[in-house]
Design a protein around this ligand. Structure first.
Ligand code: HEC
Ligand code: HEC
Length: 356
């Protein structure tokens, strides 16, 4: 079943590549233009989209170039990081799902073990001060160590990964070409991965084109109404242009949580059951939703906000009306809101050949 879906995605990907080639001239970040050639002689630089704030990771000590980026991409796709060389980062973070784990509620790792949480999308990470659903990682160069050493994800030691990389027939040479150093350390490995991770920039959705007044792109009437509803009820947490305010909140999924969320990191009671506010970019393709992947459709998510919110002690006050949990909306408003959420899909990102 899953394989069949993957096949379909591949076909869609192929078709989309041709359409991107046709429209590439009008596409925004520099990166995309390079992406369409797939040619090593091309230049690449970290350029951030108009309207985005200053990034938290600016590649100051890790200047971007195409050799480093391609090395990072190769590492991302290489199962060398897992104990039995079967699981790569890509196994759980697929481009077609905006680098989330397509169709899995909890991510499957080594020996097909289930993780505790749903794999989030990987977009605009250079702007993200806290990673993981509980914010347990606060630097992108440290992030890859978590899945590598997690016993249900890749279950490998850093020591052994470094050993495997240094004794690999090609990696020492590739690091030499990229960084002028052939002895691979954990820091160098992390920096190379970040060349790929940090350049997964998504800012070319219909929404972006509308706000940039690009090519006369306009919302439909329903999307426009959904946008207004979103601004009134959702944007305080899912704040444009990143569609997250980078904070933590409880959005009322349960009265009793199995996972204590942010409290796991801070030990504070007021952080019990708070989770990182996720970006909504590419939300249409990154199902299932929420930290535990328990919701499979946008319809279910929006219905949750309308009628499913539980009055948890730490429920965020902006998700109550007259002290009652829930965001009231008519059926028509619900439909418009979903239509707006779909405008956050960035097809060029999902099919960018540079990431493949
Ligand atoms: C077995 C599946 C799995 C594998 C393999 C995996 N990840 Fe993840 N990834 C996850 C899950 C699940 C989370 C969320 C974990 C949490 O919040 O506790 C995550 C979170 C992340 C995040 C943070 C995103 C955010 O918004 O907070 C980054 C970045 C990331 N992974 C990169 C990687 C890299 C790089 C690799 C390879 C070295 C990798 N992942 C391998 C499942 C996986
Ligand atoms: C008080 C802050 C807050 C507000 C307001 C809010 N959300 Fe959320 N949203 C969250 C948090 C936190 C999560 C993740 C919760 C979890 O997994 O435990 C989330 C998750 C989501 C997800 C799933 C994302 C994913 O990748 O799994 C969607 C979709 C979503 N919200 C849409 C909306 C919409 C639409 C509205 C307005 C009706 C809204 N949110 C209002 C905080 C908020």
């Amino acid at each position: 079943m899953e394989q069949k879906q993957n096949m379909n995605f591949k076909i869609i990907l192929l078709i989309s590549v041709f359409s991107i080639l046709l429209v590439s001239c009008s596409v925004d970040p520099e990166i995309r233009e390079i992406g369409n050639s797939g040619n090593n002689n091309q230049q690449i630089s970290f350029t951030f989209p108009t309207g985005f704030p200053v990034p938290v990771y600016s590649f100051q000590n890790n200047e971007v170039n195409i050799t480093r980026f391609l090395l990072g991409k190769r590492l991302f796709k290489d199962p060398i990081f897992s104990r039995d060389n079967t699981i790569s980062c890509e196994s759980c973070h697929l481009q077609a799902a905006s680098f989330a784990h397509l169709n899995h509620d909890l991510s499957h790792g080594i020996d097909d073990q289930l993780g505790l949480r749903n794999a989030p999308v990987l977009v605009n990470l250079a702007w993200m001060p806290n990673m993981m659903w509980d914010g347990g990682v606060n630097h992108i160069e440290v992030q890859p160590f978590a899945p590598i050493t997690n016993p249900v994800e890749m279950d490998e030691t850093l020591e052994n990964v470094i050993y495997k990389l240094n004794n690999h027939p090609e990696y020492p040479q590739l690091f030499q070409e990229a960084y002028g150093i052939s002895t691979i350390t954990t820091q160098l490995m992390a920096r190379a991965l970040v060349q790929f991770l940090g350049n997964l920039i998504s800012a070319d959705s219909k929404y972006d084109r509308v706000v940039r007044l690009q090519d006369g792109t306009q919302f439909t009437a329903g999307e426009q109404r959904g946008f207004i509803f979103f601004n009134a009820n959702c944007q305080n947490c899912h704040t444009p242009p990143l569609f997250t305010n980078n904070g933590f909140a409880n959005n009322g999924l349960y009265l009793n949580y199995q996972d204590e969320g942010r409290k796991h990191i801070t030990s504070l009671n007021e952080d019990l059951a708070l989770f990182k506010i996720p970006t909504l970019r590419n939300i249409e393709v990154s199902f299932p939703y929420m930290h535990n992947g328990k919701m499979t459709s946008l319809n279910a998510v929006v219905e949750h906000y309308r009628s499913g919110i539980k009055n948890h002690i730490n429920l965020h006050p902006s998700l109550k009306r007259n002290n009652q949990p829930g965001v009231p909306m008519t059926d028509a408003e619900k439909e418009d809101l979903i239509a707006f959420l779909r405008t956050l899909t960035d097809r060029n990102f999902l099919t960018n050949p540079l990431f493949r």
